[in-house]
Design a protein. Structure first.
Length: 306
């Protein structure tokens, strides 16, 4: 969702070496498109925390350009929202965004590689992330080798009664009809398969890569959290798409073309080239049938009082 919202993992050339600064505009476009959904998500998390929980500090783990960080600052009017990311350029965007939206006084940034930050924490901000009442992470955990260990670490920075919310589930994004009039019908299904193949290799190449059954509620339970739950939000932007949606899809397809072309046959590569052609009537920037439909599942758990 916010964060490195990877829309089915179409990231870059090497499987683990992703240039997030190059992706900054796409990440921000993605966040802008999802703003209504992100606000609903933040309100839902506030409801789950309940009126008796005082929320003073929120961590947005893998914050990217800070779209969700700023949403948290708006929804939790008394809290400090901290964008945590390993890319300085994205954190600079987060601070600029906060200033632009008038919440700069309550948005902070922390430059940290997540694996190192969790190793260095003592719960009091000395070398680590510091304690928080709400920890949010959207599509960041799967970029680290040992996902269970990451969840254990994130749960560990929660104050008693605090909530961990992880957006790691959902459905692949849909944006074109099955038959688009060029190439072989069913392109999206083949793109899904190529992305799954890419993702499998990316996971295997991560340092300390550990296989785990991705049963997120069970993983949150093993991290010591209780009241484990889930909710799913739908992003449904019908055709014809607006300019931001089209720009986002063009960037998304560009990344797929660069990263996964070896997994696609010649005909599908040609179809992608037409979709990416800014002058082609059948291109994603001009065709009237492009839409955007995705479902994101958020898993939540509460740190019990001692």
């Amino acid at each position: 969702m916010s964060a490195h919202s990877d829309s089915g993992h179409g990231h870059g050339h090497n499987h683990t070496d992703i240039d997030w600064e190059v992706m900054a505009a796409q990440l921000e476009d993605s966040g802008e498109l999802q703003l209504p959904l992100l606000r609903r998500t933040a309100v839902r998390l506030r409801e789950l925390l309940g009126p008796e929980t005082e929320v003073r500090r929120i961590l947005d783990i893998g914050s990217g350009p800070g779209v969700m960080t700023c949403v948290f600052a708006e929804v939790f009017a008394d809290a400090e929202a901290v964008a945590v990311d390993g890319t300085p350029g994205l954190l600079a965007r987060a601070l600029a965004r906060a200033e632009r939206l008038g919440v700069g006084g309550r948005v902070a940034v922390r430059h940290a590689e997540l694996s190192e930050a969790l190793d260095g924490g003592d719960g009091h901000g000395e070398g680590g992330l510091g304690a928080a009442d709400l920890v949010w992470s959207s599509r960041a955990v799967h970029h680290l080798g040992d996902q269970q260990r990451v969840l254990n670490g994130l749960a560990g920075v929660l104050r008693p009664g605090g909530l961990l919310a992880v957006a790691e589930g959902g459905l692949p994004m849909r944006f074109l009809p099955r038959d688009i009039g060029i190439g072989r019908p069913g392109l999206q299904a083949r793109l899904d398969a190529a992305q799954e193949h890419w993702f499998e290799i990316m996971r295997a190449e991560l340092p300390g890569s550990t296989s785990v059954v991705e049963d997120w509620p069970a993983m949150l339970g093993r991290a010591g959290l209780t009241a484990v739950g889930r909710f799913t939000s739908l992003l449904d932007l019908p055709a014809p798409l607006g300019e931001t949606g089209r720009a986002y899809l063009h960037a998304h397809l560009t990344l797929l073309r660069e990263a996964m072309s070896e997994s696609l046959d010649v005909e599908d590569r040609k179809t992608l080239d037409v979709l990416l052609d800014p002058g082609a009537p059948e291109g994603i920037l001009r065709r009237p049938d492009a839409f955007l439909l995705s479902a994101t599942t958020v898993f939540t758990g509460v740190r019990p009082a001692p």
